[in-house]
Write a protein that binds this ligand. Structure first.
Ligand code: MG
Length: 398
């Protein structure tokens, strides 16, 4: 068997490093052909020396020069910036592109890989949130297979294998509830940044950790599931499951529930994406059913997590609404991580932006055609940018 050739976009982030961990365990099965990062160049420098890719892309020309000065020849091709990233993602030498770039920044590169018919391990949920309809249509056209690396969607994907879509009653998306699932609503005003960054079950990047604390993450995942599995939002139900063992379920019309379970370790869904249809004998702690004890499931306390309701509303509106929501959320979370706003301001800001969006949409303002119709990836990015900018100006009080 020849090794599967991988392009890892966002190789220094949480998805990227976990992917490379798996590659390190199975050097005969995988070969890294390309790596990219934004600005953690020390780290990508080490990765280049270890995995010897043919191409690399970094965020800026300055970073590219830094690497060129330190890598002995023959060194890999070193690209930079958005154009470089698209070139890297489009490369047909890769059998699978791991899309691990966080935020809207990952959309163009993921789309480029799909346009070129590459199979994708999709960890960048913003891709589906911003432009799910366009992405799925393009993948259908080019034959690109999209394997979700997000644990919940990976669980759903696994639970759908061998079943018919028409037999689905509901998709049940489990949510840990984050660090504040047991915090009473009255105490939300005292939440600190350190508490928000301390996720009980998963170790992830800071943006997604805050999204878990507000449960916006689950909202984005509902939008992602809607497009990935071509299912109406009304058939997707979020449920609190504090142990993060059942990663999600599919309920079928005959009353059967099919679930995928496992320890909360991102390497399991990533390994599934990398090896499909094979399974990898992953190293590390294994779940023991006899020691699991109780698993808990409970309704989502929506009153504590307004971000989730905002996302569901945006999902139902479709069009530009999810992209605007995403942009507003990214701006609000960035301000929160900078210590500029309080935890509860995140939802308040997004809610304001969504109200402004609906007003603008009704006005059919010719300056912002993308608010009424998303026809291209650029429209989706414009809508995201619009949400981000309005949020930013509301944050600086302009
Ligand atoms: Mg998830």
């Amino acid at each position: 068997m020849t090794a599967k050739r991988l392009t890892v976009l966002g190789s220094t982030g949480s998805i990227g490093t976990n992917t490379l961990d798996i590659v390190r365990q199975f050097p005969d099965k995988f070969q890294v052909t390309a790596l990219s990062c934004h600005n953690r160049i020390q780290k990508i420098h080490e990765q280049i020396e270890e995995f010897q890719p043919q191409s690399v892309c970094v965020g800026s020309e300055e970073n590219a020069q830094w690497l060129k000065a330190r890598l002995p020849s023959p060194r890999p091709e070193i690209l930079s910036g958005t154009e470089g990233l698209i070139q890297l993602a489009s490369n047909r030498n890769a059998d699978l592109v791991v899309a691990g770039i966080v935020g809207a920044a990952g959309l163009r590169s993921t789309y480029a890989a799909i346009e070129n018919g590459r199979n994708i391990a999709l960890a960048n949920k913003e891709t589906m949130v911003l432009a799910g309809e366009l992405i799925m249509a393009k993948a259908k056209q080019t034959g690109s297979l999209i394997f979700p690396a997000d644990s919940e969607h990976n669980a759903i994907y696994q639970s759908l294998i061998g079943h018919q879509r028409s037999d689905i009653e509901k998709i049940i998306l489990t949510a840990s509830g984050g660090p504040f699932r047991d915090t009473p609503l009255e105490a939300f005003q005292d939440i600190t940044l350190d508490e928000a960054l301390n996720h009980p079950n998963w170790e992830m990047g800071s943006k997604i950790t805050i999204d878990s604390a507000t449960m916006m993450n689950k909202g984005l995942e509902i939008i992602e599931a809607r497009w990935l599995f071509d299912i109406p939002v009304s058939q997707i139900e979020p449920v609190i499951h504090r142990e993060s063992i059942v990663h999600s379920l599919v309920e079928y019309t005959d009353g059967s529930f099919i679930a995928q379970m496992g320890l909360p370790d991102m390497r399991t869904p990533i390994a599934f994406c990398l090896a499909y249809p094979d399974r990898l004998p992953l190293e590390g702690p294994k779940m023991k059913m006899s020691e699991l004890g109780k698993l808990h499931f409970a309704p989502v306390p929506f009153e504590k997590f307004p971000c989730l309701s905002l996302a569901i509303t945006a999902a139902n509106l479709e069009g530009a609404a999810p992209a605007v929501l995403n942009g507003a959320n990214e701006a609000a979370v960035a301000a929160y991580l900078d210590g500029k706003i309080h935890f509860m301001d995140i939802a308040r800001i997004i809610s304001e932006i969504m109200e402004q969006f609906e007003l603008k949409k009704m006005q059919h303002d010719e300056q912002f055609p993308f608010l009424n119709k998303i026809e291209t990836i650029e429209d989706a990015l414009d809508a995201d940018q619009w949400g981000r900018q309005i949020a930013q100006s509301s944050l600086t009080g302009e």
